[in-house]
Design a binder for this molecule. Structure first.
Ligand SMILES: N=c1c2ncn([C@@H]3O[C@H](COP(=O)(O)OP(=O)(O)OP(=O)(O)O)[C@@H](O)[C@H]3O)c2ncn1[C@@H]1O[C@H](COP(=O)(O)O)[C@@H](O)[C@H]1O
Length: 95
């Protein structure tokens, strides 16, 4: 997954946070009555699905569930007014 894909996805997430269109799943996470718990629960579910896909040695499913996990993680970062750069800088520091 290139940085560009992540940057474009994060920009869309930020736009949904700003404009909260009714038909957007992403926007619904920002306006959910459970607050951030909605996305935290999804992160828990998606993590379990990643683990199960790995245990099943199912590469296609592992990629699918990993993408769900990364997407929800980016939503969480945005919810905390963090930027994609915060995540990339942390990874960069570890190189
Ligand atoms: N990358 C994603 C993305 N990944 C996962 N999801 C949603 O996250 C939810 C995952 O929950 P579940 O696992 O319960 O979904 P499911 O369909 O039951 O199961 P799966 O087969 O997906 O695992 C689904 O509703 C997915 O549609 C996403 N929703 C949106 N995006 C991106 O966000 C952009 C904006 O989309 P809107 O949210 O429609 O504005 C899109 O163009 C995409 O780029």
């Amino acid at each position: 997954m290139s940085d560009t894909v992540l940057e474009e996805l994060f920009a869309v997430i930020e736009e949904r946070k700003r404009t909260t269109p009714e038909d957007s799943y992403t926007a619904s996470l920002f306006t959910h009555e459970k607050g951030q718990n909605a996305v935290l629960e999804k992160l828990g579910e998606e993590t379990t699905e990643v683990v199960l896909a790995a245990k099943d040695d199912d590469a296609a499913e592992l990629a699918h569930e990993s993408a769900d996990l990364v997407y929800h993680l980016l939503v969480l970062l945005s919810m905390h007014d963090m930027s994609l750069e915060d995540l990339l800088a942390e990874l960069e520091e570890r190189r």
